[in-house]
Write a protein that binds this ligand. Structure first.
Ligand SMILES: NC(=O)c1ccc[n+]([C@@H]2O[C@H](COP(=O)([O-])OP(=O)(O)OC[C@H]3O[C@@H](n4cnc5c(N)ncnc54)[C@H](OP(=O)(O)O)[C@@H]3O)[C@@H](O)[C@H]2O)c1
Length: 362
C-alpha cells in the first residue's frame, strides 16, 4: 500500500519513515516544503521511498499531492499553527489519516470533521505518538482493567539534548503560554500554563524532576470515552536551568503570539547546543492512574525513558500498520484510545523494543 509522510524529513517524521520501512514493505513517500531535502533523505531508508513537495498551508498543493495514497501520516508541526489543514485534504481525497498532533488547539476543528470523515469512509486518528499516543493508550488499558478512574496524571520530561526539531521547540513555547486544558472534578476546565509544579520520579538518568501544567490534547480527548474525575498533563525539561529560562522567555512576552514564537524558536534552535549543557539525550514519560478495582484503591504507573523520536515514531508506525491491516474498522475522527485495542497495541510496542516499566497491582 502507499503511505505519504508529511514532515517526513523532520526529526520525528524521518524516524516514522525509518520505522515504517523497517516494519513493513509499504511504499513510502516523504513530503515537505523542500523537495531537495525530501529527495536527499530517501536514500537513507531501505525499500522504495519517494519524495514529494507540499506546503501544509497551501490547500491546493495538499489535495494535488494526496492523489492515490492509502494513508496520510502528518508529522508537520507545529500543530497549533497548521490546525486541521492536512486532515481536511486527506478526507477530501478519501484517504485515511494519522497525525502526531500534540497541541490542544486544533482538536475542535478536527473533531468537527467527524461526519465528513464518516461520509468519506475514512479513519482520522489524531495524537498517535508518545504523548499523546502511548499516554492515552495507557489510560485506556487501565480503564478497561480497573473500571473506576479517579485521577490521571501524564508527565513528560524532555532532555534538551534529545529533541532536535524546530517544530517541537515551537510547541514547547506555545504549551507554556496562556491557559491550558485540564479536566477537573469531571468537567473541562482551564488552568494557567506552567503552573502547579509537581516533583515526579523517572528512571535513570532523569531521576526526580519538576514538571508544570502544559498545553496538551489528552484532557480533551480522554473524557470522550473514559470516565475519570481529574486529568492533567505536565511537562518539564532537563537540565533544570532550561525551565527557568523558559519562564523568563515567557515573562518577557516572547511567546505571546505565533509570530513571536517563530522568531524566538528560530534563535534558540540555532544555539540549541547551549541549552543542552548539563542535560541528557533521553526523555521520559510517566502516566499515573489512580482508581479502584472491586472497591479497593489502585495506583498504576507506566514509566518509560528513551529518545523522543523513537518513543513517538514506533507507536505512530504501529497505529498506521494496524489501520492498514484492517484492525481499526471505525470511521470518523478519533483519538487512539477511541479505536485501538490496547492489549494489541502494547504487545506490538513491546515486540518493537519499547520498554515500559509498570508498577501497581491490578
Ligand atoms: N504526539 C507526540 O508524541 C509528539 C512527539 C514529538 C513531537 N510531536 C510534534 O510533532 C511535530 C514535529 O516535530 P519535529 O521534532 O519532527 O519537528 P521538525 O524536525 O521541525 O519537523 C517538522 C517537519 O514539518 C515540516 N514542515 C513544517 N512546516 C511545513 C509546511 N508548511 N508544509 C510542509 N511541511 C512543513 C518541516 O519541513 P520544512 O520546514 O522544510 O517544510 C519538517 O520536515 C511538532 O509539532 C511536535 O510538537 C508530537
Amino acid at each position: 500500500m502507499k503511505i505519504v509522510v508529511v514532515g517526513g524529513y523532520g526529526d520525528i517524521g524521518s524516524c516514522v519513515v525509518e520505522k515504517l520501512t523497517e516494519f513493513s514493505s509499504h511504499q513510502i513517500t516523504v513530503a515537505g516544503r523542500d523537495l531537495k531535502k525530501a529527495r536527499s533523505i530517501c536514500s537513507s531508508f531501505k525499500g522504495y521511498v519517494g519524495a514529494l513537495q507540499v506546503d501544509v498551508e497551501n490547500k491546493a498543493t495538499l489535495t494535488t499531492a494526496f492523489e492515490n495514497f492509502d494513508l496520510v501520516i502528518n508529522c508537520a508541526g507545529p500543530f497549533y499553527k497548521y490546525g486541521a489543514n492536512v486532515a481536511i485534504a486527506a478526507i477530501e481525497k478519501r484517504t485515511h489519516y494519522i497525525d502526531i498532533c500534540d497541541d490542544a488547539d486544533p482538536l475542535p476543528k478536527l473533531f468537527a470533521l467527524n461526519a465528513a470523515a464518516q461520509r468519506a469512509g475514512v479513519t482520522v486518528i489524531t495524537g498517535m505518538g508518545w504523548n499523546p499516543g502511548i499516554s492515552n493508550m495507557a489510560v485506556r488499558l487501565s480503564a478497561d482493567l480497573l473500571g473506576d478512574i479517579e485521577d490521571v496524571n501524564i508527565t513528560w520530561v524532555a532532555g534538551s539534548g534529545d529533541s532536535k526539531g524546530l517544530a517541537a521547540l515551537k510547541h514547547t513555547l506555545h504549551g507554556i503560554t496562556g491557559e491550558v486544558p485540564v479536566f477537573r472534578d469531571g468537567k473541562n476546565a482551564k488552568a494557567p500554563a506552567w503552573s502547579e509544579m509537581e516533583m515526579v520520579e523517572f528512571p535513570a538518568p532523569l531521576g526526580e524532576m519538576p514538571a508544570f501544567l502544559f498545553g496538551h490534547p489528552e484532557p480533551l480527548t480522554l473524557p470522550k470515552t473514559i470516565k475519570a474525575k481529574n486529568i492533567a498533563v505536565r511537562g518539564g525539561i532537563s537540565p533544570l536551568w532550561n525551565n527557568k529560562a523558559l519562564r523568563v522567555i515567557r515573562s518577557l512576552g516572547l511567546t505571546r503570539s505565533p509570530n513571536r514564537i517563530d522568531s524566538v524558536a528560530s534563535l534558540i534552535h540555532r544555539i540549541q547546543r547551549v541549552f543542552s549543557v548539563g542535560g541528557v539525550e533521553h526523555s521520559g514519560l510517566r502516566i499515573d492512574i489512580v482508581g479502584k478495582k472491586d472497591g479497593q484503591d489502585r495506583h498504576l504507573v507506566f514509566n518509560m525513558i528513551d529518545r523522543i523520536r523513537t518513543l513517538t515514531a514506533i507507536p505512530c508506525a504501529i497505529g498506521a500498520l494496524m489501520l492498514l491491516e484492517g484492525l481499526i474498522t471505525r470511521r470518523g475522527v478519533m483519538a487512539p484510545e477511541m479505536c485501538l485495542d490496547p492489549v494489541q497495541f502494547f504487545d506490538r510496542l513491546s515486540d518493537k523494543g519499547v520498554k515500559i516499566m509498570r508498577e501497581g497491582r491490578l
